[in-house]
Design a binder for this molecule. Structure first.
Ligand code: ADP
Ligand code: MG
Length: 925
């Protein structure tokens, strides 16, 4: 939107000029606010808009948004701007006032107005802008309302209000619809045009309420049945809202015009019913603009890889909620107390109540009064942000030209003059939309879990299938092998039997032949001298040879068959081996998958811890905001300490805390503790913050220690060189050190030396405070006294007092008081005889010096410490020479706490050394 010629551009150009008018006009002399304006002298050409949006403090761009306005509760000053508009004469006035001189004279180029007092005298008044009767509606909008509308679009609250006598043009200026003549459109219509033109309908939203305030009753002009709406104030922020009023979302200009028409019709009907004029009621239009701040620098997140990608995905979106309030006030003329309009006197008072209360508030603000009577009327409660609040406010005061209404015109002008002195502090209405982030994260988480479950199921199914398949294969090949073996065996057996049979047959045949041959041989012998017998023997040999050959062949065949089978056996063994290797491969696949699953689970837990951290940050931020309201500016770690001190505080937190605890159950302590050793320092910081938050709750402390959290925290002190980590880890250790067993553990791990080194290297007083808090807790353990002192605990405490920060000093004082208490207990039991170790370690000068500290937390501890020290006679001499006796006397007389007073008195009375010294000093005791 182009910058309009706002009030300011002229205001500051004329500032110097205005102060020069001081001499000739008393009303201008009162207008001091211009002189004190910071830019009146130097940046005379800078416009109201650009000046007021200058950041006062630098803040991170990501938080400060596009224009870098600080959002830490600081604001920018913005005075209420006031313009005067003169209505043209109407026909009646032209006729009736023709003989009279005008009562006002405008000097628009000087931004002045002269009001005639009598024939000789005039008073001159300066305003931010003077509109003559010829000023166009467009110019009035651009000068009065456009800068306010632009602020609303940037996330500030804004108010445009018209004040003046009935008939002077308030409704014309603000509410004119301009249906017949677009040039006549008023501020409401033009403002909505600009708003709808600037927002994005996909992400942003505009909604309106339209109300009438009459006789201290608020009616809904968009829903006439709703005729008694109450104002609700947020006790923390002081923001007012009207939860009972209709809130209609507007997406186009036409529907807005219809809403205004509807409102006007209802207003007319309501006023007829109540028998009043609309000039007696206030009409209030509220336009809520909600916009999401666009994310910047996507380049950076691409460069930094997945981590910052995560951070970007899970950053809560920022919303800005600006509210524009347009107020068409009731006529400012004094109401006729005689009740000529049919009202009783009481009614007349009630009708006027809101407007006169507004006048009183503005007077009080203009005079910087301590009390602003905001609560006196509904109007002033509704407008508390518009005057003296955080909104940018413009006021048009409308006057008529007629000399007959000089009195009313005069009082209108005086109202405008006072309103010009009201200084607002503009504040950006920006917040994190944690709800939408949380929804987004939950969705993402559910998606991841579902995806993981699907993958796991598919994987299990696949493994089962492969397993069954290979089992089947193995069984099948085993069966085949057994079958083949059996077949072969049978075959051989058969062949063998056959060949045996054959041989037997042969043998029988041979036998038979042999027998007959022998007979023949006997005969032949007889005839041929044995020749025959040798032939047959030869034949037999040949037959046997043949038989042998055949047998050999058979044997070979059998051998071949056997080796065949061996080969087959070998092959099936090979098959079996390959099936086994397949199973091994699958097993490896399974292992890979489960590794992948572990990784995913790790990522999920990281996301959960980040979500958790965000929720915690939100808690802290909310708490900080709460505290900012009451002027307290503590840091994050205060929350931790506060939780330690007041655990019931955190109990009363809302449901968000419970969801945090639930998340912890899901993530698991071990996972969170393992993140303490993460490579990424951001993750470590997140993790240590989470652990510190957990450690703040007594219920978690034992679990943390059992899971090795205490060791990890001490290790962080040892190994990390990041101060944030030191600070948070020390805070967590301080919390854990509330418990006696943990105190012994901390000591056994060399905790005192670690804490001392941390204190020596610390730059931030809050780190020192955490360290001192931890040591102070250890000081309260009777068993650890000697060891604590031996490891330099007392020296470390005393070393921290140089920092001078009252929070640190309070912890040191607490530690000393704890130590002294344990010592006096030990003395009473007779287990300690020598001088106090505190005195040995040189603590006395600081104790004496702090006994009168203005900070009550420090003083109380020190007073107690002195009383404890005084109970042991061996300390008395040192205490006298160190000036502690005087402090004891003072405590016994002046201390506001009776128990301490009595203790001091008893200590003095029971020590002969003290009594002797007091006698020597001739002090009555
Ligand atoms: P108010 O709301 O202060 O009672 P209106 O806005 O109703 O006054 O104005 C009274 C009459 O004067 C209306 O008829 C209106 O049209 C007319 N009027 C007011 N201001 C102007 C102006 N600047 N130019 C022309 N007519 C005007
Ligand atoms: Mg009106």
């Amino acid at each position: 939107m182009a910058a309009a010629a706002g009030f300011g551009s002229n205001t500051y150009r004329n500032a110097a000029h205005r102060s020069s008018l001081k001499a000739d006009n008393k009303s201008l002399a009162a207008n001091q606010s211009f002189k004190s304006s910071p830019s009146s002298s130097s940046s005379s050409s800078s416009s109201f808009k650009s000046r007021s949006l200058q950041p006062r403090k630098s803040s991170p761009a990501a938080l400060g948004g596009a224009n870098g306005v600080a959002r830490d509760g600081g604001g920018v000053p913005g005075r209420v701007r006031v313009a005067v508009r003169l209505r043209p004469c109407n026909a009646e006035e032209l006729a009736a006032d023709a003989d009279f001189a005008d009562c006002v004279e405008l000097q628009p180029e000087l931004k002045r107005l002269k009001l005639r007092k009598n024939n000789w005298d005039t008073d001159t008044y300066a305003f931010d802008e003077i509109f003559t009767e010829f000023a166009s509606q467009k110019r009035v909008y651009e000068v009065v309302a456009k800068p306010v509308v632009e602020s609303v679009l940037e996330g500030y609250n804004g108010t445009v209000m018209a004040y003046g006598q009935t008939g002077t043009g308030k409704t014309y200026t603000l509410g004119k619809l301009g249906e017949e003549d677009t040039a006549a459109r008023g501020i409401m219509v033009r403002a909505m045009e600009d708003i709808l033109g600037d927002i994005s309908l996909e992400t942003d939203s505009v909604s309106v309420s339209y109300l009438q305030l009459y006789m201290e009753t608020i009616q809904d002009l968009l829903d006439p049945s709703n005729d008694n709406i109450s104002i609700v104030e947020d006790p923390k922020t002081g923001d007012v809202s009207l939860p009972g009023a209709s809130l209609v979302e507007v997406r186009d200009q036409q529907s807005f015009l219809e809403l205004l028409q509807l409102g006007e019709a209802h207003r007319f009907a309501a006023n007829t019913k109540l028998n009043t004029e609309s000039s007696r009621s206030h009409a209030i239009l509220m336009v809520n603009v909600k916009r999401y701040v666009k994310e910047k620098d996507p380049v950076q997140s691409m460069e930094n890889g997945s981590n910052s990608h995560l951070a970007r995905t899970f950053k809560a979106p920022v919303v800005r909620k600006g509210k524009l309030v347009v107020v068409d006030l009731a006529g400012s003329e004094r109401i006729d107390k005689s009740g000529s309009e049919g009202h009783t006197l009481e009614e007349a008072k009630s009708i006027n109540l809101s407007l006169s209360a507004l006048g009183k508030c503005i007077n009080a603000l203009a005079e910087n009064s301590a009390h602003i009577p905001v609560r006196d009327s509904k109007l002033t409660r509704l407008l508390r942000d518009s005057f003296g609040g955080t909104a940018r406010t413009s006021l048009v005061i409308t006057i008529g030209p007629s000399p007959r209404h000089r009195g009313e015109t005069m009082s209108t002008i005086m109202f405008g003059q006072r309103a010009m002195k009201v200084e607002n502090m503009l504040k950006l209405k920006e917040e994190f939309d944690y709800k939408s982030l949380s929804r987004k994260l939950e969705l993402q988480l559910d998606k991841l879990i579902a995806e993981h479950e699907r993958q796991q199921k598919a994987f299990d199914d696949e493994i089962e299938r492969i397993h069954a398949e290979s089992e089947m294969q193995i069984a099948e090949s085993e069966r085949q092998y057994a079958d083949a073996l059996e077949r072969e065996r049978m075959k051989y057996q058969k062949e063998y039997m056959e060949s045996i049979k054959k041989i037997e047959e042969q043998l029988v045949g041979d036998q038979r032949k042999h027998d007959s041959d022998s007979a023949t041989v006997a005969q032949n012998d007889y005839y041929s001298n044995g020749e025959v017998s040798s032939i047959s023997a030869l034949k037999e040999v040949a037959d046997l040879k043949k038989l042998l050959e055949k047998e050999t062949l058979l044997k070979k065949a059998a051998e071949e068959e056997l080796s065949n089978h061996k080969r087959q056996l070998y092959q099936s063994k090979l098959m079996e081996a390959s099936a086994t290797s397949e199973i091994l491969k699958l097993r490896k696949l399974l292992e890979d998958e489960s590794r992948q699953k572990d990784k995913l689970e790790g990522e999920i837990s990281l996301l959960q811890s980040q979500l958790l951290q965000l929720s915690l940050d939100a808690d802290e931020r909310r708490r900080r905001l709460d505290r900012a309201g009451s002027g307290n500016d503590s840091n994050d770690l205060d929350c931790l300490m506060a939780q330690v001190k007041n655990p019931q505080l955190s109990d009363s937190e809302n449901g968000e805390k419970a969801s945090v605890a639930k998340l912890f159950e899901q993530v698991g302590l071990h996972k969170i503790l393992s993140l303490l050793e993460a490579d990424d320092v951001d993750v470590r910081i997140h993790a240590v913050k989470v652990v510190a938050n957990l450690a703040a709750e007594e219920a978690n402390q034992q679990k943390i220690v059992e899971a090795g959290g205490l060791m990890s925290l001490l290790n962080l002190l040892r190994s990390s060189d990041d101060e944030t980590i030191h600070r948070v880890a020390a805070g967590a250790i301080a919390n854990l050190a509330m418990n006696e067993t943990n105190q012994e553990l901390i000591m056994a791990q060399g905790g005192i030396r670690l804490l001392s080194t941390t204190a020596t290297n610390a730059g931030d007083p809050q780190t020192l405070r955490m360290v001192a808090g931890a040591i102070a807790n250890l000081c309260g353990n009777d068993k650890l006294q000697t060891m604590l002192r031996g490891e330099g605990g007392i020296k470390a405490l005393l070393g921290m007092v140089h920092c001078g920060h009252p929070d640190v000093l309070a912890q040191v004082a607490r530690g000393i008081a704890n130590f002294a208490k344990c010592e006096s207990r030990a003395s009473a039991q007779g287990t300690k005889t020598g001088r106090s170790l505190l005195i040995e370690d040189g603590a006395l000068p600081w104790i004496v010096q702090s006994a009168n500290s203005e900070a009550s937390a420090i003083r109380r501890h020190i007073e107690l410490a002195l009383c404890h020290l005084a109970q042991h006679e061996v300390n008395a001499k040192d205490m006298i020479s160190g000036g502690a006796l005087w402090e004891l006397v003072r405590i016994s007389r002046d201390c506001s706490r009776e128990d301490i007073r009595t203790l001091a008195h008893r200590s003095l009375a029971s020590s002969s050394t003290f009594k002797a010294e007091l006698r020597r000093l001739r002090m009555d005791y």
